[in-house]
Design a binder for this molecule. Sequence first.
Ligand SMILES: *Cc1c(COP(=O)(O)O)cnc(C)c1O
Length: 369
Amino acid sequence: MDKTADKARPTPRAGIMEIEAYVPGKSTAPAGVAKVHKLSSNENPLGPSPKAIEAAREVASKLDVYPDGTARRLREAIGEVHGLNAANIICSNGSDEILGLLAQTYLAPGDEAIITEHAFMIYKIYIQSAGGKPVTVKETDERADVDAILAAVTPRTKIVFLANPNNPTGTYLPFQEVRRLHAALPGNVLLVLDAAYAEYVRRNDYEAGIELAGSAQNVVMTRTFSKLGLGGARIGWMYGPLHIVDAINRIRGPFNVNATAIEAGIAAIRDRAHVERSSLHNETWLIWLNEQLTKLGLRVTPSVGNFVLIHFPEDKKHSAEAADDYLTQRGYILRRVTGYGFPNALRMSVGTEEANRGVIDALTTFLKS
Ligand SMILES: *Cc1c(COP(=O)(O)O)cnc(C)c1O
């Protein structure tokens, strides 16, 4: 073997190898576990809308045909349900894709993008992959801090990513705080409001950002179908000003949303009863889980999403790692969140009644052991 030829292999461009790849939630338990409850990816315990399943089945016989590259009918259905102009919407292969496209479009090498201490990890990956510099700011009480974000703005800042509510904390900023943030940001800084959990939030002072993204020139709102039962279909969307839509459309894949996703998405978003059922189920069990976990002496970060962040005691025997092992052995798959700055916590998606009760029973025994 010629050593010089080996050295001449292709090299990723600067920065790529510094990126830590995203680690999705586990989905398997050890062999022999009777039933697996996946509570690690904030999926909908009620499953997909039956109408979406039907629509996906129907499209199967037409998979030879390319999808509409602009996903027009899906954009129109979204527009109809939310009262938005379809021209201001872009659909994507999950909202992850749109977050990446925003970074690619607005960050030049060396530009800064602000994220918060416990923010959804995907932002950092996309900032780095665009050659940008992630600037992480402190949160207060595990919640985004508007003053800390504003203090971090420099002439190189191009984007602020704000998950509202955030994952994995589940905390949110009342919309007045988001408005205060926007009002103080320079006009050339793009504010990305990631409202992946908007359908689950039942708070009067919460807004996903439709009005702001519809009126300001530097705000977009991103949404997803994933947490409402279509995680596997990969459908996300962005709403924002036309100049941003125009820029993104120049670089996105020409058929980034596949035919099955388009049809399933249209059926799902029109099925408002399923959305409401999902949200109600969540409301009931989120409250119940909070009460039960607190009774067990565990601290829970106040969440408005479809998951809870559970903090474990300091003793090694009852650490998050030990709890994770214990639960996994019994078929309950939660999410480790060490990479999010929570080495001793687990994130649990709100599950079916059976799963929720099962986790509480298991944790009760675990904590007594
Ligand atoms: C799940 C999630 C998303 C995106 O999910 P997609 O499946 O890519 O649509 C975006 N932001 C946050 C905060 C999430 O938790």
